[in-house]
Design a protein around this ligand. Structure first.
Ligand code: 48H
Length: 265
């Protein structure tokens, strides 16, 4: 049997657009396929929610691929290791309470868990804005404004498209991109002490790991923060190449949103 190039093209078109169409109205839209976003996507999709993940880069994994300074090993502590254990990532005990995992195995396993649980991951798509509505005088995020990353990189003046979501998880890491856009463009207050973005502080691994999980919560109606974005929003510290907090934060964001969605049924 011969191979027809146009059939290959048609297969890609039909399959991709079916996937995209199934995400026009999702339960949860995750911005950023780093460790916290992928963990949240996995935990939510396995509960049966319709989840879409948008990642600007061609590669998923965010800052986890590179371990510390390109040495592609990650460290997790006792609490954080449970998420990797459940995913089936091999862990090695380094010293009391410190475990290492291969950064590539950890990233690809989390991505695989998310995809195979049903989350739809769209790489090469950048989130450039949010969709906003007013409900009883209160503004609420109701979706994402997305564009092709190559369009963004080339600086082409091409309008974006939109997907609706019941909840958004802002997991863009240090830059906190979506939240910055939200407050730059709208006269709104966040659920932070100042009502704005508190900003990230310097390295303090122990405190940062704890607060990443504490700071994982709803930051604006319809929008949750997870991972490094949670600490950057609420003014806490960075933690360097230890990833337990990122994983536990993704898990917590998923638990909080799962509970909200169940209340709404
Ligand atoms: C689509 C976007 C957009 C956008 C960004 O940085 P990440 O790995 O995020 P986390 O929070 O899951 O993990 C943080 C961790 O990697 C880290 O940096 C740590 C632990 N640092 C400690 C320290 O001291 O430095 O992933 C975020 C992802 C990336 O893949 C971005 O490309 C993506 O979000 N992204 N995707 N639209 N507007 N902005």
């Amino acid at each position: 049997m011969g191979l027809e190039e146009v059939v290959i093209t048609e297969a890609i078109m039909d399959s991709y657009y079916e996937k995209f169409r199934s995400c026009l109205q999702v339960d949860i839209a995750v911005v950023g396929a780093g460790p916290s976003g992928l963990t949240a996507a996995w935990h939510l999709s396995r509960q049966g929610w319709n989840v879409a993940v948008f990642e600007r880069k061609l590669s998923i994994g965010g800052g986890m691929w590179g371990g510390g300074m390109t040495w592609n090993t990650i460290v997790v502590q006792e609490e954080g290791k449970t998420v990797l254990e459940e995913a089936g990532v091999p862990l090695i005990l380094f010293r009391d309470g410190y475990y290492t995992a291969d950064a590539i195995a950890a990233t690809t396993t989390l991505a695989s868990k998310a995809c195979l649980s049903g989350a739809k991951v769209f790489n090469c798509i950048s989130v450039e804005d949010v969709l906003i509505r007013e409900d009883g005088g209160q503004k609420k995020v109701t979706g994402l404004v997305i564009n092709s990353s190559p369009v963004e990189i080339a600086g082409l003046h091409i309008d974006p498209v939109v997907i609706e979501s019941k909840y958004v998880i802002e997991s863009t890491g240090h830059p906190l991109e979506v939240l910055h856009t939200l407050i730059r463009k709208n006269d709104v207050r966040l659920f932070t002490p100042s009502g704005g973005i508190e900003g990230e502080q310097s390295m303090w691994a122990e405190r940062a790991e704890r607060t990443t999980v504490e700071n994982t919560r709803e930051i604006f109606p319809g929008m949750y923060v997870s991972g490094m974005a949670a600490n950057a929003s609420f003014g806490s510290y960075r933690m360097g190449p230890i990833f337990g907090g990122m994983l536990l934060s993704g898990q917590k964001a998923a638990q909080l949103i799962d509970a909200r969605l169940r209340e709404e049924i």
